[in-house]
Ligand binder design. Structure first.
Ligand code: C5P
Length: 406
């Protein structure tokens, strides 16, 4: 694989030498681009010796034919990795500036870009940096979390460059996540014209006008399934609890808040769907009588009891209907994953269940996950991968399972 490594100004730049060594050892071809700041910390010759290519640092290179070296270089890599990524470079990338070779390449490329930030802890925490990172993440940059600990400046905190071995693995998984699952190629034929109904995200159960009971669901899994299904040519309706995710315009999105509202929306939409995927983390209970006014704390009253009543089990209800769509549920378990998932598959009369382990907070609010897929007759382990990739593998498994029973 061709890796373009951008090195920006920071004391951590020396660690990127080790990163080049790891890439080269794994058989990758590496070209290094340094900013002028980076050259203050480390000699280009060191990178040249390890990568076997002269370091590129100039936007205007008379040796490049047609003087268009940056465009030709932008097309060369399979992935761009910037390590360390300084606060200054993050700010420039966020603004779309192109005043040096590295930022110009990032503007002129359509390849994935991995950022491994490193800076002083206060620079890292600064709202400007955090806002830049958020914007870059929304634009599709892959951003690693810096390490925490003693910093070169003598302070202690977050902002250390992630270990070269971790940047190496993050690069490999980023590239792997972009490779299509071979089975994905056959899918569009299967999904074209099929209607998928998907629930996603948490539900919020109001206590009073300002408080609610919720859960940790980010909605990322359900949204990833919706996007993948739409990409495969399906007609998708996404019923979503409150989350801050965006969705493509081709997806019909219905926003709800409570389990009761989600249930009503599913009742309105299920009849026309071929497959129902229940990825939402529906609250099992709601407040029996939410207060119309804010509950005041009363002096001398140390306990407050909330009376909860059970919410409808939406996925179970859909599975009880005749005719019914192909019904896929999720099971988040902290222990005995397969046993509990098998039990849920039968008890809710589902066609398929996707079990994931949530022990120690795994699975929630994260970009990747691992799933165990179960039907009555089939089973498949999907190893830890980005949810976007899992979504595709899940759609492949559903398509195969439906085709088998038809
Ligand atoms: O019973 P449990 O909540 O573990 O089951 C999880 C599955 O059931 C998920 O697919 C979830 O979306 C669905 N569910 C539901 N309605 C509920 C509770 C869970 O559809 N009230």
């Amino acid at each position: 694989m061709n890796i373009l490594l951008g090195v920006t100004g920071g004391i951590a730049a020396y660690k990127s030498l080790e990163l080049v060594r790891l890439f080269v050892k794994a058989g990758h071809d590496v070209q290094v681009v340094m900013t002028s700041g980076a050259k203050e910390f480390i000699q280009p010759l060191s990178f040249q010796a390890l990568s076997g290519h002269p370091v590129r640092d100039s936007l205007f290179d008379a040796n490049q034919e047609a003087g268009m070296g940056h465009i030709e270089l932008a097309r060369w890599p399979d992935v761009i990795v910037i390590a360390p990524a300084s606060a200054e470079t993050l700010a420039k990338l966020r603004m779309g500036r192109a005043d040096d070779l590295l930022t110009t390449l990032c503007l002129a490329t359509d390849r994935p870009i991995l950022l491994a930030p490193a800076m002083n802890r206060l620079m890292w925490q600064n709202a400007a940096t955090q806002e830049n990172l958020e914007m870059l993440a929304n634009r599709g940059f892959e951003i690693m979390k810096p390490g925490s600990g003693e910093q070169a400046c003598g302070e202690v905190g977050e902002g250390r460059l992630p270990e070269p071995a971790d940047i190496f693995s993050a690069t490999e998984s980023l590239v792997a996540s972009l490779q299509p699952d071979p089975a994905w190629q056959i899918l569009p034929e299967f999904w074209k014209g099929k209607h998928l109904l998907i629930t996603a995200g948490p539900t919020f159960e109001d206590i009073d006008p300002v408080r609610f009971i919720g859960n940790k669901s980010s909605g990322k899994m359900g949204y990833a399934i919706a996007e993948a299904a739409a990409q495969a040519g399906a007609e998708v309706t996404l019923i979503t609890g409150p989350v801050a995710l965006k969705v493509s315009e081709t997806i019909r999105k219905v926003s709800v808040r409570s389990a009761q509202q989600m249930f009503e929306s599913v009742q309105e939409n299920y009849a026309s769907c071929d497959v129902f995927i229940s990825a939402a983390a529906v609250a099992d209970y709601r407040i029996s009588k939410p207060k119309l006014q804010k509950i005041k704390k009363t002096d001398g009253q140390d306990d407050l009891t909330l009376n909860l009543v059970k919410n409808p089990d939406i996925v179970k209800w859909v599975a009880e209907q005749t005719p019914k769509p192909y019904v896929v549920g999720f099971a988040a378990e902290t222990e005995k994953l397969e046993t509990y998932a098998q039990d849920k598959l039968k008890r809710k009369n589902l066609d398929m269940i996707c079990a994931n382990s949530v022990s120690g907070g795994k699975g929630f609010e994260q970009d990747d996950n691992a799933l165990l897929l179960l039907t009555e007759s089939r089973q498949k382990n999907l190893l830890r991968a980005p949810k976007t990739r899992l979504a595709k593998s899940l759609l492949v498994f559903i398509a195969e399972s439906i085709s088998e029973t038809e």
